[in-house]
Design a protein around this ligand. Structure first.
Ligand code: LLP
Length: 436
């Protein structure tokens, strides 16, 4: 397999050796939009949506795929996933309002959050979104209270912690009992929450949700999660007579960042989840299935492009190649030790290669974007492009060092449209009341 297969579908080298993403030359894009630049491929994004919607429509038709907006959201992305028939899972009032304005219908919006603000709950209730996911007893009570105040009934999923340990980075594991998310099943708190939800006038308990983590390659934790949700369903039906209308095992499918990664295809994940539901449920009543993929929808469609600046050679030690971005536009390497595949993007080279560390430009020694990567000999002005960069890069970007967050473009058959402009210093200054 070639490295280019980790990039958006159909990425090739042009005649001049430059990377061409969905018909658009990276060199031309950089001339127009500058760097750091996030480039998304519409074609790849749509294909990733369909990798979920097509198999699920056959294997478990009574289902909804909700795109996890936290992985990256802008109005263009929201419209595209909406056109593909997906709903959107949000975790803040801002995400919720953004997808609503982009035209996603309220029934297809979910609001999560372990500490939803009163204002966010009110917005969700006013918009009449599909589900609020109650993350704890307090949260459930608050949702009920606010809905009652508006003389309405909120549709609620209860977020449960099933006690599943997934082999992923500690910071992105969420299914274990000791977690700030969800209500533990094992100690009886989840059962209490169900009884409470059934008794509260402001809420309708629609079903159960459990998200076990992110960047998971193994299907077994997903199957274990479905098993835990169904066991709980059966136990609660025996106790209370309540049977859920919907079950949501969250998102979490891992994607390939490097050639050696195995990945987990949406098709096989959907197959396993659908089959587990069918196997574990003792009779033919089938709850609606809600999936919430983020990374596996958006990661491959996005590429981050940087310009090489200073090159510092420390003989016998290391060569640092510094680029014009870094942890302010992709914090994942610094935060999780995440690896990416990076290539020289403005030209092809068959010349000598060198193992270097590609450093960011922000004031922290840990701001290394790509550690120990083998690249052709580089010069100032060369462009580097990292694959699989569409998820949790731009969405976790910050203004550290008063960095100006990058521009984002969407490519459709060679045509680029700016979907998020580069920030200017005025964007930074706008938050200082009556100054600058
Ligand atoms: N549903 C819930 C309730 C979630 O908390 C998440 C992710 C998802 C769905 C989507 O998971 P995905 O399919 O994207 O794995 N910043 C980290 C990832 C954090 C994931 C948080 N929750 C990273 O960069 O790896």
């Amino acid at each position: 397999m070639s490295t280019l297969e980790l990039f958006p579908l159909g990425t090739v080298r042009g005649d001049d050796g430059a990377l061409v993403i969905d018909g658009a030359s990276v060199t031309d894009l950089v001339k127009q939009f500058g760097t750091p630049l996030y480039v998304y491929s519409e074609n790849t994004l749509r294909a990733s949506c369909r990798a979920y919607t097509q198999p699920i429509s056959e294997l478990y038709p009574d289902s909804t795929v909700m795109f996890a907006a936290k992985s990256y959201l802008d109005p263009t992305i929201a419209s595209i996933v909406g056109e593909e028939g997906l709903g959107v899972e949000t975790v803040s009032g801002s995400e919720m309002q953004t997808v609503h304005r982009a035209g996603i219908s309220p029934e297809l919006i979910t609001l999560h959050g372990n500490n939803k603000l009163i204002d966010e709950i009110d917005q969700a209730v006013d918009l009449g979104i599909g589900h609020l996911v109650a993350d704890g007893i307090d949260d459930l009570q608050l949702i009920a209270e606010r809905a009652q105040r508006s003389n309405t009934i909120a549709n609620v999923l209860l977020r449960l912690t099933p006690g599943i340990s997934a082999h992923t980075h500690e910071y992105i594991r969420t299914g274990e009992i000791d977690s700030k998310f969800g209500i533990p099943i094992a100690n009886g708190q989840a059962a209490d929450a169900v009884r409470l939800a059934l008794s509260l006038p402001g809420v309708k308990l629609v079903g159960y949700h459990a998200h076990i983590g992110s960047q998971i390659f193994d299907v077994n934790p997903f199957k274990g999660n479905i098993k835990a949700l169904i066991d709980f369903t059966i136990q609660m039906e025996a106790d209370t007579g309540y049977f859920p209308e919907a079950i949501s095992p969250g998102g979490g499918a891992g994607v390939r960042y490097e050639e050696q990664d195995s990945g987990l295809s949406p098709e096989s994940l959907v197959k396993e989840i659908a089959q587990s539901l069918i196997d574990y449920l003792p009779d033919t009543r089938r709850p609606h299935l809600i999936l919430e993929p983020g990374r596996s929808i958006i990661a491959r469609s996005g590429v981050a492009v940087y310009t090489v600046g200073t090159i510092k050679r420390i003989p016998e030690v290391r060569t640092y190649v510094a680029v014009d971005g870094g942890m302010a536009d992709n914090i994942r390497p610094a935060l999780y030790g995440a690896n990416y595949t990076v290539v020289l993007a403005n030209r092809n080279s068959t010349g000598p290669t060198e193992t270097v560390s590609v450093a960011g430009r922000y004031c922290e020694s840990g701001d290394i974007l790509f550690n120990n990567v083998t690249l052709p000999e580089l010069n100032r002005g060369d462009l580097l492009a990292s694959a699989t960069s569409g998820a949790y890069g731009m969405s976790m970007a910050s203004n550290y060092n008063m960095a100006l967050r990058p521009a984002v473009v969407m490519i459709d058959k060679g045509r680029a449209r700016l979907t998020r402009r580069r920030e200017t210093i005025q964007d930074i200054w706008n938050v200082f009341p009556n100054q600058y």
